[in-house]
Design a protein around this ligand. Structure first.
Ligand code: AHM
Ligand code: MG
Length: 329
């Protein structure tokens, strides 16, 4: 078995990092590496659009939007277009499931991989200059290459992911990903147009003192969730909730904490989507030594039944998630 946790120095570029890691996989053909590069590139383009977001009305007023009027489109729609375009051109992905599209997008090529993506998560934060993110999962297709995509190519358990990651468009833009051999984080340097390794082999503290949940819905939480929140308060944990999953997740990954989106009256199965939100972050958190559950079941073992299926999510520091789960039993 190859050991892909060979330390690579901080400051190495994403391209070089991917190349080095690829060399360590015995049978690597480079397709997964290329796929990650395609996503990273689309991330740069989306990052540029996001940075311009506040200027759109000004630019519009100046009449400088492009011919297609794309600058006028909503950013989440635009991000979807950018990622689908990059993945289509790259040729490694044969199908995409996106939060923005009702049905599977069949790219009708010979690619081996299926992507589930939330192109721009945290949509309520887009207009108010708060961090947002992109979340993606990569699966190998299970039906023969070259045939039409089928639901079973897409409705796979999270444990089958070949890779997963997120882009965080925050005070810096970061790409964090795993291929099942640890988690590494890269920070984007916009003036050089490069991602550099800044957070090698990320590990979440086993315990933490941050809990992140939308407490406005407290009245509709189950007794188990209410009891866990009481436990957090009794222990004087800090409540931190941006309402942008990637940002809340990333902070807790670095500092130790738990993010919860439980069932509520409005969202009886929770709000977050299994295929392109929960699975990817659950793969990452487990690779970083943390835990992800619905409260009663490991997220990565859920067999999805629908493309846009929602599940409750308890994710973060291992001991904290276990404690939350203990209130269910
Ligand atoms: P979105 O995919 O429509 O952006 O919704 C997902 C977002 C998450 O980023 C965030 O954690 C959550 O919704 C916040 O929901 P709420 O406002 O109900 O707390
Ligand atoms: Mg989303």
């Amino acid at each position: 078995m190859e050991d892909s946790r060979i330390a690579l120095p901080i400051g190495i570029t994403l391209d070089r990092f991917i190349k080095n890691k690829q060399d360590e996989f015995q049978y690597a053909t480079g397709e997964l590496s290329q796929l990650l590069r395609d996503i990273a590139l689309a991330g740069k383009v989306v990052n540029r659009e996001i940075n311009k977001a506040g200027l759109i009305n000004i630019a519009g007023a100046m009449g400088t939007q492009n011919i297609q009027g794309e600058d006028q489109q909503k950013l989440d729609v635009l991000a979807n277009i950018r990622f689908i375009r990059a993945l289509t051109k790259g040729g490694e992905a044969c199908a995409i499931v996106s939060e923005e599209d009702e049905e599977i997008v069949d790219l009708e090529n010979d690619g081996k991989y299926v992507i589930a993506i939330d192109p721009l998560d945290g949509s309520s934060n887009i207009d108010v200059n708060v961090s947002i993110g992109t979340i993606f999962s990569v699966f190998r297709r299970v039906t023969p290459v070259g045939t039409p995509i089928r639901k079973e190519d897409v409705l796979q358990k999270g444990i089958e992911q070949a890779a997963a990651g997120y882009l965080l468009y925050g005070s810096s833009t970061m790409l964090v990903y795993t291929t099942g051999h640890g988690v590494n984080g890269f920070t984007y340097e916009p003036s050089l147009g490069e991602y550099f390794l800044s957070h090698p082999d990320m590990i979440i503290p086993d315990e933490g003192t941050i809990y992140s949940i939308n407490e406005g819905s407290h009245n509709s939480f189950s007794d188990a969730v209410k009891s866990y929140i009481d436990h957090c308060k009794e222990n004087r944990y800090s409540g931190r909730y941006i309402g942008s999953l990637v940002a809340d997740f990333h902070r807790n990954l670095l500092k130790g904490g738990i993010y919860i989106y439980p069932p509520t009256e409005k969202a009886p199965n929770g709000k977050l989507r299994l295929l392109y939100e929960c699975n990817a972050l659950s793969f990452i958190i487990e690779q970083a030594g943390g835990r992800a559950s619905t409260g009663t079941q490991r997220v990565l073992e859920i067999h999805p039944e629908e493309l846009h299926q929602r599940v409750p999510l308890f994710i973060g520091s291992k001991a904290m998630v276990e404690k939350a789960e203990s209130f269910y039993s």
